[in-house]
Design a binder for this molecule. Structure first.
Ligand code: NAG
Ligand code: NAG
Length: 403
């Protein structure tokens, strides 16, 4: 009996919904003073408002919402609502304001909404992998890597990876892995091999450090630069070693890089590091998502001026570097090979010719944005603030060059 009643109710429920569907437009009661009676008027559909209530002889008159106003339901409202949502700088407009929708903002890639703020997705620490990637609405969920798995990087994307099974490869295990390290099999290079993609002076560092490269280096200028930098000085022996190993431009980069590492709690260095971080973030936003192939890296290389990297070297980049770093590593190796070249100028030169090679548009656009960003006013102001002030005040002998 009870069962029967329940099913009757379900049926009833369905039939009610059905009738509502059937009776669009929905109605509303409106008191018409001219005839002193309540009338049943039609509501107006989304995107419109009631311009004129119905009368005994005429239907409701609906009119479209004006620009920047909307209604998202059938209603008897005599005005539309204002699109009142405003996206902040860490959001983008996912849904534009239209006559039927309010504006809807979503946090940019890599961030999620927490109350009113778009916070960065948590990066899972070493030994923890991503169990659930963050979304615009939710943070990353990390989990400790279980037995047999490891995570050797702090990342908001990377899940725990399985330890390499050396015996399955016919190799002995030289060092057993743990939650933070992979097994090392016999004949393999140890951990260092994971880091061979490391870029010693990044594109952003190059852009910042370039300010200190002298136009006409004298024999003593590297020492002068060393002396003029605030904080702990790079020691003289190291400076000598840098001099012997590198070309003048690279000497400047190497010296500044060391100085930066030694003085990372100095306020000026902190400012510079913030600027560099900001720069690296922008660059990875422009090209970090690109997925280049061996063919494309080759074409890019062919189009850069000066000495080229060989196919084996490019193949090595693809094997050693994550997809987010491959283009940057290519440019880095190109700079090292072509002493004293400016990577951005080389890239600008290369970009001019890329169009003719069915190169993916998104890649060209990404690279263009990188060039544009490094030449942008924002960056110029940062360089100027951080370096010109610092070096300009402290040293007069080393000429500081503008980009
Ligand atoms: C490694 O591979 C071997 C042979 O394929 C297999 O017997 C063994 O169970 C594997 N070990 C792990 C930890 O997966
Ligand atoms: C990159 O491209 C390769 C080959 O086209 C594909 O197999 C791979 O899944 C892509 N990776 C990403 C992250 O899109």
């Amino acid at each position: 009996m009870n069962k029967f009643l329940c099913c009757m109710l379900v049926l009833l429920d369905i039939s009610v919904k059905w009738t509502v569907q059937e009776t669009l437009p929905p109605k509303y009661l409106h008191y018409d003073p001219t005839i002193s009676r309540q009338l049943l008027c039609d509501q107006c559909p989304p995107g419109t408002y009631v311009k004129q209530h119905c009368t005994a002889s005429s239907k409701t008159e609906c009119a479209p919402c004006p620009d920047q106003y909307y209604t998202d339901e059938w209603s008897s409202n005599d005005e539309c609502q204002y699109c009142n949502v405003v996206c902040n700088e860490l959001q983008y407009e996912k849904v534009k304001c239209s006559s039927t929708r309010n504006r809807f903002c979503e946090c940019v890639e890599g961030r999620y909404l927490d109350l009113e703020f778009c916070l960065k997705h948590t990066a899972c620490p070493l030994g923890f992998g991503v169990a659930e990637q963050g979304t615009p609405e939710s943070d990353t969920v990390c989990k400790r890597c279980p037995e047999g798995y490891f995570s050797s990087e702090t990342s908001s994307k990377q899940a725990c990876q399985k330890h390499t099974n050396c015996s399955a490869l016919g190799l002995k295990t030289v060092r057993k892995g743990d939650a933070t390290r992979n097994n090392v099999c016999q004949g393999e290079k140890s951990d260092k091999s994971d880091q061979q993609c490391e870029i010693d002076v990044t594109l952003c560092e190059e852009a910042f450090f370039r300010f200190a490269v002298p136009t006409k280096p004298t024999s003593n200028w590297l020492n002068l630069l060393k002396e003029s930098l605030p904080g702990i000085k790079v020691n003289a022996e190291t400076v000598e070693r840098i001099k012997q190993r590198h070309s003048p431009q690279e000497q400047t980069f190497q010296l500044l890089k060391l100085w930066k590492q030694q003085n990372n709690d100095h306020i000026m260095v902190k400012n510079i590091m913030q600027g560099i971080d900001h720069c690296e973030n922008s660059i990875s936003k422009h090209i970090g998502h690109l997925n280049v192939t061996f063919e494309q890296l080759n074409i890019l290389m062919e189009n850069l001026p000066g000495k080229k990297l060989g196919k084996e070297e490019i193949d090595h980049i693809l094997r050693m570097c994550k997809s987010t770093e491959q283009v940057l590593k290519l440019l880095n190796l190109w700079r090292v090979k072509n002493r004293d070249q400016d990577t951005i100028k080389g890239l600008m030169y290369g970009l001019k010719h890329l169009k003719t090679y069915h190169f993916p548009k998104t890649t060209i656009q990404g690279l263009r944005k990188v060039v544009k960003f490094l030449h942008s006013l924002t960056m110029y102001k940062l360089y100027q603030k951080l370096f010109l002030e610092m070096l300009g005040n402290q040293i007069h002998l080393v000429k500081v060059r503008r980009v």
